[in-house]
Write a protein of this length. Structure first.
Length: 261
């Protein structure tokens, strides 16, 4: 089974890139499943029902999120009606939505997707390691093919999660920093790993936002309106080939494609 994970999709430019490039990627890699981090799909911060449906129509199967999941007012009331959207598992237990999901991929197999938030330099949340341990055990009763998105700031925390879950899941991939790393590997027990999948959006920017506005914010120390940038749009992600019986990775390959509107 071939699975594509797309890094943080930023605003309209990112959504357009997914819609334009995903058909080509599906043909090239014979993809069976597409997972994407979508916590920034609506105006660069948060999600809406409309932007979620736009990604689903483009061919994304499951959308993971992160610390910006509630940035768009009212989405907390909409997420329960969107079973393809996974919010971080280790937020408050009273939060709406779901922290993991298992989907059927045609007649072929089932795929589990789990979303976690890191704690280093991030808002306070429950322990992602403890949360992952119990949730992965539940998911493995339904499928051996499991994708874990750890939305975290610190590379060390992401690497530790990869090692912690090695042999129990198919892929541990980091999101949040919007910069694709070059440390793709298959860990000793068979789990594919990448510290950060990168960003799908405008790379002539500061993490997807207008360069001048971000610089002014740093220099002046004053709030600035940080609009989504528009130039040098690229799709970043990672493709993993997974053995359907064991759920372990056989191959991992980074993806980075340009897009011109």
């Amino acid at each position: 089974m071939n699975i594509l994970f797309i890094g943080d999709i930023v605003g309209k430019p990112g959504r357009q890139a997914v819609a334009a490039l995903l058909p080509k990627l599906k043909r090239q890699y014979h993809l069976d499943c597409v997972v994407a981090n979508g916590e920034n799909i609506a105006h660069g911060a948060g999600l809406t029902t409309a932007t979620v449906k736009e990604l689903l129509a483009a061919g994304v199967d499951i959308i993971t999120t992160g610390d910006h999941v509630w940035d768009q007012k009212g989405f907390e009331q909409e997420i329960d009606s969107l079973p393809q959207v996974v919010r971080p598992l280790n937020v408050a237990p009273s939060a709406p939505g779901r922290g993991s999901v298992v989907i059927n991929i045609g007649e072929k197999a089932r795929v589990g997707v789990l979303n976690l938030l890191g704690r280093v330099y991030m808002p306070d949340n429950d322990c992602p390691f403890r949360a992952a341990k119990s949730e992965v055990a539940k998911l493995r009763r339904q499928t051996n093919i499991i994708i874990v998105d750890i939305h975290a700031e610190a590379t060390s925390e992401k690497v530790a999660m990869g090692r912690y879950l090695d042999g129990q899941v198919s892929l541990v991939v980091g999101t949040h920093t919007h910069v694709q790393t070059a440390d793709e590997q298959i860990l000793p027990k068979g789990t594919a790993y990448l510290s950060d999948a990168g960003m799908c959006g405008p790379h002539d920017s500061v993490l997807g936002r207008d360069v001048n506005a971000v610089i002014q914010r740093f220099v002046s120390g004053m709030p600035q309106r940080l609009e989504v940038a528009t130039d040098k749009i690229e799709l970043c992600g990672v493709v993993v080939e997974v053995d359907e019986a064991s759920g372990l990775a056989q191959k991992i390959e980074r993806v980075r494609l340009p897009f011109t509107p």
